[in-house]
Design a protein around this ligand. Sequence first.
Ligand code: MLT
Length: 249
Amino acid sequence: MKLSVYHTPELAPDEKLPQCAIAVDVLRATTTIATALAAGAEAVQVFSDIQELMQVSEQWSAPLRLRAGERGGSKVEGCDLGNSPLDCTPELMTGKRLFISTTNGTRSLVRIQEAAVVMTAALINRQAVVNYLLATKPETIWIIGSGWEGSYSLEDTVCAGAIAHQLQIQGKLSLSDLAGNDETVAAIALYLQWQDQLLSLLQQASHGQRLLRLDCNEDLIYCAKLDTLDIVPIQQEMGVLVGKSLKQD
Ligand code: MLT
């Protein structure tokens, strides 16, 4: 297994794709996606464009759909939900398809959606993703951070480092065997520095600060927890993710 980390979708090489591509947007899209699927959503369908989301979801039976739209951290008018994972309760999600478009997270998923295997990761499902990777052993893995409008984000990099570090330990892999680029080494170092203060790191991060200004500290507390959900969102068809759990397989 060779793992490469790219801080934003723009930094990932154009001309090739890995065997397994993992999109990360800890604050908050990939945390929300994992939570929705764990809460019983039938699937999550992602869009970079909100108009397209509206058109496609219109063809879905109204009682069986939920529309989530976020721009700049706030809910998009006309959607049922914004992008808070705390809204993804079993009461609301069970049996529904969640149609979602967010500022950055869904854009990074769209960038990698043609890879052989596409999944999403966040801190809350880090161990489930690691278990999946160790069970399936893809030769090449990319972790793509979502960042904020093309720039680096601390929270996505620390999540990439948390995955890489756990893969190293459980897979008994040396750093030079695992790391496909320098960003992977740096992500592990960031995680090792902050592993006991993940909430503080999220509160320090620029998007964390934006969310704090929007009164979303409870979201940050939820997003900063490690390994709380045993679910891996995996792409089943282009842009459509379903939940897998190794314990259920
Ligand atoms: C994004 O996609 O940029 C985020 O998920 C924004 C947010 O926190 O809602």
